[in-house]
Design a protein around this ligand. Structure first.
Ligand code: UN1
Length: 505
């Protein structure tokens, strides 16, 4: 049997990554499955970072001249490379981020889907024609490429987040520089290699159109500070956003921030119990609770609580936690020991506040001694404490009872974050209220679906400390372009707007 290191090297070689990129470098990459080192990635110096950004800025000047549908062709080809490499790249996501096989594949599927979306979009980058108050004039909007797009991504969606940003940025005529998480540089190198394959087939893309910079937070800081980068899209913790956001604002650059979530579900009296339990299980325990959209707070109607809780506890006790490469595993490892400590800290705080806790303990998985595996935790709370208002990036679900929808909605929104949310109900009034202006205050509000697992066709992101940014579908492409309002006079007079007179000749 191959070791995990051998398998990693084999996948990387098959995807076209040069050995020097992941052997003998300063950045040790650990697989969360066993904790072993699976690569040592070369990091980029400050001087290299500046050079790479400059080269990407030069590529932008060429790329912006290429017609958008042609740019879409490159993204379509990238989608084809991803389709061909789906199994291998998905497997690498499993090895590097610890996702179960179907979630690793699902992540690559999100990449394929956004490429399809962006390729179509490349023929639809259209502006409005607006009625003008002046005769023989025309007013219209033109959308132009913006420039270098910096992408900062997190370990939990190590490649999909890049693709949501890069696919749109590229069809919009921008070049891209990517700073992946220090925990998942290998999948980034593999994705960049697939991009290079697409470029080779495309034939005439400028050199440096897309680049990866590996290293620590100094690279993110360099992207935020560099005047050649007019837009940075950053996905990660609210703490990271607090560092990057103000730096961009200081130089009036744009940001797309997709930060922490603290997503809740409200389970109403009329909810379909089986469907609700399935929805809760996937959104609270899937990806080992390490999605920004993970369900973290469950508000259950008093009349249903005693029926739902015992069944949920049973699911929590029996869900298969283990090696994510094994068939049947539903919950893989936490990313590292720090994530485990963060979970234990929150559990200790909840316990001190009087919570009743099921699960949460470390599990020994044979052959995976160095991995941090936990039994997902159900934490029954009496009130919404400060601990509950913080995002703990682990499979930890707080549960509370409610009697009136009003109080549930109040608790629902009474957290600093505003990413994803859901209500389980068969009552039309409750469902509509939840998605109305006085319902959920989140960027994503679902009915009879958990808060996680969004499709790429919608705008993805949230409010408050989640950062306000939107990525992927809908009209999000506009964030990657610069809007020009053009007023064209095709007459012989010069009528001024607002009836102003200014006759000099
Ligand atoms: C994230 O965790 O950063 O909606 C993104 C979802 C996925 C994306 C999660 N499509 O759960």
């Amino acid at each position: 049997m191959k070791t995990i290191q051998e398998e990693t090297a084999q996948i990387l070689a098959g995807l076209g990554v040069a050995r020097e990129a992941y052997e003998g470098g300063a950045l040790a990459v650990h697989t969360p499955i066993t904790g072993e080192v699976i690569g040592r990635v070369r990091t980029n110096t400050e001087a290299e970072t500046t050079q790479v950004i400059a080269a990407t800025a030069a590529a932008f000047l060429e790329w912006r001249k290429v017609p958008a549908p042609k740019r879409g062709e490159l993204v379509r080809l990238l989608g084809e490379e991803l389709r061909a490499a789906k199994t291998e790249l998905g497997r690498l996501v499993t090895i590097e981020a610890g996702k179960i096989i179907s979630e690793g594949l699902g992540e690559v599927q999100e990449m394929i889907d956004i490429c399809t979306f962006a390729a179509g979009l490349s023929r639809q980058l259209c502006g409005l024609t607006i009625a003008t108050e002046r005769p023989l004039h025309r007013m219209m909007e033109t959308w132009h490429p913006l420039g270098v797009t910096g992408i900062i991504s997190a370990f939990n969606f190590p490649v999909a987040v890049w693709s949501w940003n890069a696919a749109l940025a590229l069809v919009c005529g921008n070049s891209v520089v990517w700073k992946p998480s220090e925990k998942t540089p290998l999948t980034a190198l593999a994705t960049q290699a697939l991009f290079e394959r697409a470029v080779a087939k495309f034939g005439e893309a400028p050199a440096g159109l897309s680049a990866v910079l590996n290293g620590g937070k100094e690279i993110g800081e360099a992207l935020a500070a560099n005047r050649q980068v007019p837009l940075v899209s950053a996905t990660g913790s609210t703490a990271m956003g607090r560092q990057v956001g103000p730096k961009l604002a200081e130089r009036f650059a744009r940001s797309i921030l997709e930060l922490g979530g603290n997503n809740a579900a409200i389970v109403c009296e009329s909810a379909d119990l089986d469907l609700t339990l399935r929805g809760i299980a996937f959104s609270a325990m899937g990806t080992a609770g390490q999605r920004c959209t993970t369900l973290r707070r469950l508000l259950v109607h008093d009349s249903l609580y005693d029926k739902l809780l015992p069944r949920l506890k049973q699911i929590y006790k029996s869900v298969v936690v283990g090696d994510p490469r094994e068939n049947g595993t539903l919950v893989g490892p936490l990313i590292d020991g720090r994530a485990f400590e963060g979970m234990q800290q929150s559990l200790a705080e909840a316990k001190a506040a009087g919570a009743a806790i099921t699960g949460g303990e470390r599990i020994n998985v044979p052959g995976c001694d160095g991995g941090y595996y936990v039994r997902p935790a159900l934490v029954e709370m009496k009130e919404q404490t400060a601990t509950m208002k913080r995002e703990t990036f682990a499979p930890l679900l707080y549960v509370m009872r409610f009697r009136q929808l009003d109080e549930a909605l109040h608790w629902h929104n009474d957290v600093p974050q505003g990413l994803a949310s859901s209500i389980f109900t068969n009552d039309l009034r409750e469902a509509e209220r939840f998605v109305s202006a006085e319902g959920s205050d989140c960027g994503i509000a679902n009915v009879n679906i958990g808060p996680s697992g969004a499709e790429i066709g919608g705008a993805f992101g949230g409010e408050k400390e989640t950062g306000g940014g939107r990525e992927s579908g809908s009209d999000v492409w506009k964030l990657y372009m610069r809007r020009a309002t053009n007023t064209i006079n095709y007459g012989r007079e010069l009528p001024l707007a607002q009836g102003v007179k200014f006759d000099v000749v």
